[in-house]
Design a protein around this ligand. Sequence first.
Ligand SMILES: Nc1ncnc2c1ncn2[C@@H]1O[C@H](COP(=O)(O)OP(=O)(O)OP(=O)(O)O)[C@@H](O)[C@H]1O
Length: 308
Amino acid sequence: MHKDTKHHNLLFVINPIAGDIDKEELEEEIQTLCHADGINYNIYKTTGEEDKKKIKELLAEHKYDAVYAVGGDGTVNLVSCLLIGTTTPLGIIPLGSGNGLSKDLNIPQDTEEALQLIHSHVVRNIDTIDVNGHPSVHLSDLGFNALVVKNFSEGDRRGPGAYAWIALQEYLNYVPKFYRIETDTETFEGEAFMVTIANANAFGSNANINPNGILNDGRFEICLIEPFPKPAGLGILYKLYTGGIDSSVYTRILSCKTATIYNIDNEVVHVDGEPVEMEQEIKVTIHPKSLKVILPVPEEQQDEPPLN
Ligand SMILES: Nc1ncnc2c1ncn2[C@@H]1O[C@H](COP(=O)(O)OP(=O)(O)OP(=O)(O)O)[C@@H](O)[C@H]1O
């Protein structure tokens, strides 16, 4: 068994609806694993109402060694908001329709394997981003994708098929919006199809909008897809799914530590997959290494003796 530290007291925040996956068996597995390792644990099931307040109360009452978010990127964001700037690490058991951050962190997508992180892991620090007071750990967007996310979250159907269908319908009529973006190093002014504020790399769909992003380099990227003729859409999609979007003539990447985005056309915004209402002026700042995350033990360390 290899660990940076042994955890004795865990909280699991389970989103029962995430990914449309039944999680009752998972609760039994958590019980078996924790009992086998002498770990105390609590489970909090989200309701979608006042979850942040209730989890905050649990965190104040108990001294948890780690909190596992069991769900998709929305659940990961909910838990992260409460752990940023603390010494308590975030664990992820990816069980949503979008599990983007867990993929960027190389957390196993298989539930049994991800649960092994309870026994064996390392803890590392990653950057987080503040988007007008909303913490973002993964990817936030203005423009086309944010509109699709909003329509998807308001719809009844879940899953990648429903998302793709909404995206196709919106794509046919979408008109790029106007933005002014001032970063600590450069200024962009013009129309864009999509503006992504990227701490990480790829959306849960595996579309890699920021192939060279590093989660702990003290910087974030603003990834622009500029207006393009509709027939070029397939080529852009291909590059998004093959890790080459930065080579497209329609993209521009601004690497920075701070930025102000003037959302002049009041386009919709999402933060880590959740639609959010925002002012026209959006201030973005990086908080370097402000969140501790639980990760698989890197292969090269697997034969070393445990630290304690
Ligand atoms: N018990 C619940 N009933 C309904 N909605 C819930 C419940 N618990 C959490 N939610 C909502 O689930 C969303 C987060 O879901 P998450 O991203 O973790 O999983 P997901 O399957 O990827 O979701 P989505 O498909 O909506 O992106 C939040 O909008 C939250 O308000």
